[in-house]
Design a protein around this ligand. Structure first.
Ligand SMILES: O=C[C@H](O)[C@H](O)[C@H](O)COP(=O)(O)O
Length: 221
């Protein structure tokens, strides 16, 4: 069973005619976008998408989902994946370096649904290093500050691209591994107060529902 696909297709059932959708990024959201595209083709529902990355923009175009922007519309429903989810609905996101636009879109939506397979559901977040998007010129001093906060840091490197990953916004990503995240809410705020940090991948607010694809079927939190 493809658990990411199960979760993505389940989330598409929550889409209603006329919705403005936030389109998350990643291999799970891929299936949500596909399922919405199929509903447009099969049922003729009338929706528009606001992409969170070039990846989701291209997928929306592939599935004939009309795209718009936050300049034009508010979002009714955002659907997005996650790298970790805990029982308090705290998330770590940004494994694909898309967390900055994702947070803007997801936090502004009237409803925010997270879709994951069961491997992402954890007791508490923090095993997955926290992605921190930084202005490139600030990366050395941001790393110093993060290390002072107890994190082990790496600038994320490209694959099939020499040098650092460059985000859709033209920045670097530092992956910061904390031994333990005592308070996700405070860490989310504290990281964003470091000069040079654009956004971090901890999401502690706004999640309305988590859809988990498990080998025993869909579970919803
Ligand atoms: O930057 C990427 C996003 O936050 C993704 O939503 C997250 O990494 C989960 O991706 P996937 O569904 O591919 O595991």
């Amino acid at each position: 069973m493809n658990l990411k696909k199960e979760a993505g297709y389940k989330a598409a059932e929550y889409v209603t005619d006329g919705d403005i959708l936030g389109l998350g990024t990643g291999s799970t959201t891929h299936y949500f976008i596909e399922a919405v595209g199929k509903r447009i083709a099969d049922e003729g529902i009338n929706v528009m998408g606001i992409p969170t990355s070039f990846q989701s923009l291209l997928l929306a175009k592939q599935w004939n989902i009309p795209v718009t922007s936050l300049e034009e519309h508010d979002i009714d429903l955002a659907v997005d994946g996650a790298d970790e989810v805990d029982k308090n609905l705290n998330l770590v996101k940004g494994g694909g370096a898309a967390h900055t636009k994702e947070k803007i879109v997801d936090y502004s939506a009237k409803q925010f649904i997270v879709i994951v397979d069961e491997s992402k559901y954890v007791e508490e977040i923090g095993n997955f290093p926290v992605p921190v998007e930084v202005i490139p010129d600030a990366s050395r001093v941001v790393i110093q500050t993060l290390e002072d906060m107890g994190a082990e840091c790496e600038i994320r490197m490209g694959e099939r691209k020499d040098g650092p990953v460059i985000t859709d916004n033209g920045n670097f990503v530092i992956d910061a591994k904390f031994e333990k995240i005592e308070s996700p809410m405070h860490l989310e705020i504290d990281l964003n107060s470091i000069p040079g940090v654009v956004e971090n991948g901890i999401f502690t607010q706004m999640v309305d529902k988590v859809i988990i694809g498990t080998s025993e079927g869909i579970k919803e939190l």
